[in-house]
Design a protein around this ligand. Structure first.
Ligand SMILES: [Mn+2]
Length: 218
């Protein structure tokens, strides 16, 4: 590479039609506590690339849904005290991912702001509605049919989403409308959330220079 050539990633970003000529919406957040170390990089205008390694395999499987169906590029590495249990790693991954989304969203000019999606997974049907409102709020009705999916305590589902929502300043409604298999209940909810979040984050080409709020601020 010559001294004045750009890195491949920068070239790719400048030619990304989904950016509408805007700067790349990429953010990295690193969060270190006595319980966990989490590093998260997100590109809102990605193609669903990246490596998720939280130390909690079921959470990796679920965040892979956000990455793939949201078309976000996501790299997450969490090293946590899973010798106690998975709680801190799951919650802190949600917090760090939320901070990264918030940072990458910037001033939110030109985005759709709202997103919604219904996702089936076999017998399970879930709905997610997202508002990048600047006000954190999680409202969910997931009637879990079991307490665990494998080793994963379903209580941790809400810990992840509270962390994400509270630190990204978004309002999220999650409902599992039907479902018998708890793996399906959770996975269909993550898939619906991924698609809804993608819709909310994407640019509205009819309103590229507009803030999607009559407050003219978030
Ligand atoms: Mn699965």
């Amino acid at each position: 590479m010559t001294a004045n050539s750009t890195a491949p990633s920068e070239q790719d970003q400048s030619q990304n039609p989904h950016q509408y000529g805007r700067p790349a919406r990429i953010a990295t957040v690193e969060r270190i506590t006595a319980e966990t170390q989490v590093k998260c990089t997100v590109n809102l205008d990605g193609t669903g690339q990246g490596v998720i390694d939280t130390g909690v395999p079921f959470l990796d499987h679920m965040i892979d849904q956000i990455k793939r169906h949201g078309l976000f590029d996501l790299d997450i590495k969490c090293t946590g005290d899973t010798f106690i249990d998975d709680h801190h790693s799951v919650e802190d991954t949600g917090i760090t991912l939320g901070q990264a989304f918030n940072k990458a969203l910037g001033d939110k000019k030109g985005i759709r702001r709202y997103g919604h999606f219904y996702a089936p997974l076999d017998e399970s049907l879930s709905r997610a509605v997202v508002d990048l409102s600047g006000r954190p709020g999680l409202h969910m009705e997931i009637p879990f049919t079991r307490s665990h999916v494998g080793n994963f305590d379903v209580d941790l589902f809400s810990e992840f989403f509270y962390g994400l929502v509270n630190h990204s300043w978004m309002t999220v409604h999650l409902d599992n409308l039907k479902g018998k298999n708890s793996h399906h209940q959770i996975e269909s909810t993550f898939k619906a959330f991924a698609r809804a979040l993608r819709m909310a984050c994407e640019y509205d080409e009819r309103a590229l220079n507009t803030l999607p709020s009559t407050k003219e601020a978030f």
